[in-house]
Design a protein around this ligand. Structure first.
Ligand code: ASP
Length: 338
């Protein structure tokens, strides 16, 4: 798979093409359905999986779960058990799912479970609750037949963690102080070009025009053990309103949580903004609060409305997203503010 640095290089070469397609991205008049959009270039494979269900007339909820499971099955820096661990060397996963009836479920900080998105769906369908965390989430998963996997890090994660330990002179307490001084996760890329965030968020509309979404992530790499980002928080990492549209996010979760990011994007769409504009206004909200800090971090929003129009916007250059419909199967470069 392309890593993000390589991809960005390639996308620079392909910029004129992307720009042309981007201007097409918000110009649909007729409703485009079914359609699935997902964060990053890794979304191409995710969309392909979701598309199998959407193109066969299946439900968007099943499609987004299948898409998320695809990437949970692969080795990726930032999703699934192959993802980078927290600063204690433990992989903890966050995920959520939401359907067209505002049913939703989530797990946060779950360990040793391969498919957190499916556990999130079980939380949604089998409990009166929305979020289960940590040991409780794992216990619920095991009770529902999810096997407990090994704690062992993937080879990629082992290397990245060893590297991080060296460079960051692992001292837990001081690290928190450093985070206060320098911004929690700046810069978003390590010197060797690896990313420390690449959450998978996807939203889809099926042939019945029903919307659903899912998010799955190992969260910010080398986070404090127990930290939960935006990804499993309904209204932050994911929001679906079947009357209006759906949105998801990637980037520094704390900033997304502070503005209830995806809920805000959907509310802007309710006010009549096209998806890209709605995402831009949410990005502006983050940047306005602390412009200097915003320069040190990345957040990207991705939205889909009831007409099948989609759009994205990020704080910085580099956010890309994948789209699959009958008309398109492509990675788009997001516009950005700074
Ligand atoms: N939003 C995720 C988090 O804060 C990180 C990411 O997008 O990869 O946990």
């Amino acid at each position: 798979m392309l890593n993000r640095r390589k991809f960005l290089h390639l996308s620079a070469l392909a910029a004129p093409l992307l720009a042309a397609r981007r201007s097409f991205a918000n110009s649909f008049d007729a409703t485009v359905t079914p359609i699935v959009v997902s964060t990053w270039d890794s979304g191409m494979a995710v969309n392909a999986e979701a598309w199998k269900i959407l193109s066969a007339g299946g439900r968007s909820l099943d499609a987004v779960e299948a898409g998320a499971r695809q990437i949970e099955d692969t080795i990726n820096c930032c999703v699934g058990l192959g993802g980078y661990p927290d600063r204690d060397g433990i992989v903890t996963l966050d995920s959520c799912i939401m359907d067209e009836h505002a049913n939703c479920g989530a797990v946060a900080g779950i360990e040793r479970i391969k498919h957190p998105v499916s556990v999130a769906r079980k939380v949604m369908e089998m409990t009166p609750h929305v979020i289960l965390v940590g040991n409780g989430a794992q216990q619920f998963a095991v009770e529902n037949g999810f096997p407990l996997e090994s704690r062992e890090l993937s080879e990629d994660a082992k290397k990245a963690y060893a590297n991080w330990l060296k460079k960051n002179e692992y001292k837990p307490v001081i690290n928190i102080e450093n985070q206060k001084e320098h911004g929690p996760f700046a810069p978003n890329f390590f010197e060797d070009g690896t990313a420390n965030h690449d959450t998978m968020g996807l939203v889809a509309m099926d042939k019945r025009n029903d919307l659903s979404g899912a998010v799955t992530t190992s969260g910010m790499a080398f986070k404090v053990h127990g930290r939960v980002g935006d990804s499993p928080i309904i209204g932050a990492g994911l929001f679906v309103d079947n009357e209006v549209g759906a949105a998801t996010s990637s980037g520094v979760g704390e900033e997304v949580i502070r503005i209830c990011g995806t809920h805000l994007v959907v509310e802007f769409m309710r006010q009549g903004y096209a998806p890209e504009m709605a995402c831009m206004k949410a990005v502006e909200r983050i940047v306005k609060r602390d412009k200097a800090k915003a320069k040190t971090l990345q957040v990207g929003f991705l939205a889909l409305n009831k007409k099948g129009q989609y759009g994205a916007y990020a704080i910085q250059k580099g956010f890309v997203f994948s789209v699959k419909s009958e008309k398109e199967n492509i990675v788009h470069e997001s516009k950005y503010l700074i």
